[in-house]
Every structure is written in structure tokens, then in C-alpha cells.
Design a protein around this ligand. Structure first.
Ligand SMILES: [Zn+2]
Ligand SMILES: [Zn+2]
Ligand SMILES: [Zn+2]
Length: 277
């Protein structure tokens, strides 16, 4: 399985559109790995995790053929992960679209797509699949295991999801917008021998947030998260681990993040990075 990081930023992107902070100023100047689009992943050219406001430039920059995408798994409904407006251009009359796409996500994801586009799923050639944590979904040759995150703390009505995704007996954990997991997710992850893991690090290395665990993780908490996955047997010392989903407020210049994570043997994700699972 090949997983491509299409975006590695949190909600405001890096540099944030309007921001004058030191990180954003330097990121604008540096370009390259300091430019971070909103978080999204491509899996083997036929599946995606999240579809946010940077989908158009991700499609162009990474030469993605969206007509080959059979399914999108949504982590949650926040606007950096779900941009329903671009879904509505799937309608006949706006685009020539020859096959349906399956959308996996929680109830709020489905509601948001319907209310913001004001269109039916059928019109947009979307097959909605409402899912909850704890289930196992097999779709063609792909296995999907949604896990409950501790992320939507203000809107308690939403269950944000992290995913173990499997294909050909190889498994990756994609855990962005996690917060520190509830016990049931730690219990469930014990059943997996992961071949790779992506852990969020939204709050980065800013000393104010570096230990943060509520709703998002700071860098120290990302390292602890990795340790706990190892303790539970889901990862070995050799399993590659990546951090992703960075906010400019976390002082997240690529070279500074690499300096922090190198001693821990954790890789820092960047836009365009390819992970072979
Ligand atoms: Zn996010
Ligand atoms: Zn900034
Ligand atoms: Zn979020």
C-alpha cells in the first residue's frame, strides 16, 4: 500500500492565510517543506482520507486523477477536512462523471455535505456510508477500522474518527485530530500489528502547548502516544512512525520539527511525502 501525504497542516494551513506570526513569515520565505496544505491522504490512487479546502491544488500539484477515486474516508466534519462545496461539482451538467464515489464518515459529515451543497447524494453520484467507531468495514479489497478520537470536545455530538486501514495484510494507522484517545480506542488498537502509523502533532513544539493532549497533541504528547502504541504491542521499535497535521501556532518549521523528533526516531511528514506500507 502506498500512502501519500497530500497535506500536513491543521485548519489555517502553513503559512496561515492572514497570519503575521514569525513561523508564517519564515514559511512564506522558505517555501518547500514549510508550505503545508490542509491535511489529506491518498491511498494507492483509489482512496482518500479527507477532502478539504486544498483539494483542487492537491489534485494539480500531485497530479491526482480524481476519476480513479472510489472512496473517501472522512475523519470528521471540521472545515479543514471536509469541503462539501467541491463535492457538488460532481453533478451532471457541471462535470462529466462516470462512476459513483463512496463516502465513509459520521452522521455530521453526511449532514454537512447535504446541507451545504443543498443537493441529494444521488444527484452528486455519492454513495453515503454512515459509520461509527468500533465497526469493521470491508470495501473491495480494503479493510477499514474506525477508532474513536477525543477531538470534538466543543461539539460533543460529533464522534471524530481515526482509522486503521488495511490492504494486502498491511496496516497503517492514520490518527490526526486525535487528542489523547479514550480507553476503548487503546483497547482496540491492541488487536493490530501496524506496519506504519501517522500521529498528529497539531500543537507542535511551542513550549505553551508542547504537552497538550486535549483535542489535539503537542510534540511531547505525540511521542507519548507512540510509546503507548508500542507498549500495547501495536508497533515494534522498527515500525515507521510519522507526525502530521501541524498548526503554525505550534512553531512548526520543518527543520525545527525534525530536530525535535530525530532523537525519538519519528519522521516529520511534509506535503508530497510517500509512505510505503
Ligand atoms: Zn484538523
Ligand atoms: Zn502564523
Ligand atoms: Zn478537527
Amino acid at each position: 500500500m502506498i500512502v501519500k501525504i497530500l497535506g500536513s497542516a491543521a485548519a489555517e494551513a502553513v503559512p496561515a492565510l492572514w497570519c503575521e506570526c514569525a513561523t508564517c513569515r519564515v514559511a512564506r520565505k522558505n517555501g518547500g517543506k514549510d508550505i503545508r496544505r490542509r491535511t489529506s491522504y491518498l491511498i494507492d490512487d483509489d482512496s482518500m482520507v479527507d477532502f478539504g479546502p486544498d483539494a483542487f491544488c492537491q489534485m494539480i500539484d500531485f497530479r491526482i486523477d480524481l476519476s480513479r477515486i472510489k472512496r473517501i474516508l472522512f475523519t470528521h466534519s471540521h472545515s479543514d477536512h471536509l469541503n462539501p462545496v467541491d463535492m457538488q461539482w460532481r453533478q451532471q451538467g457541471f462535470s462529466v462523471v462516470s462512476s459513483n464515489i463512496k463516502i465513509f464518515g459520521n452522521n455530521l459529515v453526511m449532514e454537512k455535505i447535504e446541507t451545504l451543497t443543498k443537493e441529494s447524494f444521488a444527484t452528486m453520484m455519492i454513495e453515503p456510508r454512515r459509520i461509527r467507531a468500533g465497526s469493521k468495514i470491508v470495501d473491495d479489497d480494503i479493510e477499514i477500522y474506525p477508532l474513536e478520537a477525543a477531538h470534538c470536545l466543543k461539539t460533543k455530538d460529533e464522534q471524530a474518527l481515526n482509522y486503521v486501514i488495511g490492504r494486502n495484510s498491511r496496516y497503517i494507522l492514520i490518527a490526526n485530530d486525535t487528542g489523547w484517545w479514550p480507553e476503548k480506542s487503546w483497547r482496540r488498537i491492541r488487536n493490530f500489528k501496524l506496519n506504519a502509523a501517522v500521529i498528529e502533532c497539531t500543537s507542535g513544539i511551542n513550549p505553551l502547548y508542547i504537552n497538550g493532549r486535549k483535542g489535539h497533541l503537542g510534540a511531547n504528547a505525540s511521542v507519548e502516544f507512540r510509546s503507548k502504541l508500542r507498549e500495547l504491542g501495536a508497533l515494534t521499535a522498527e515500525t515507521p512512525v510519522y507526525v502530521n497535521h501541524f498548526s503554525h501556532n505550534g512553531k512548526v518549521l520543518h527543520k525545527d520539527l525534525c530536530k525535535f523528533f530525530k532523537p525519538h526516531g519519528i519522521h516529520v511528514a511534509y506535503d508530497g511525502l510517500t509512505i510505503t506500507v
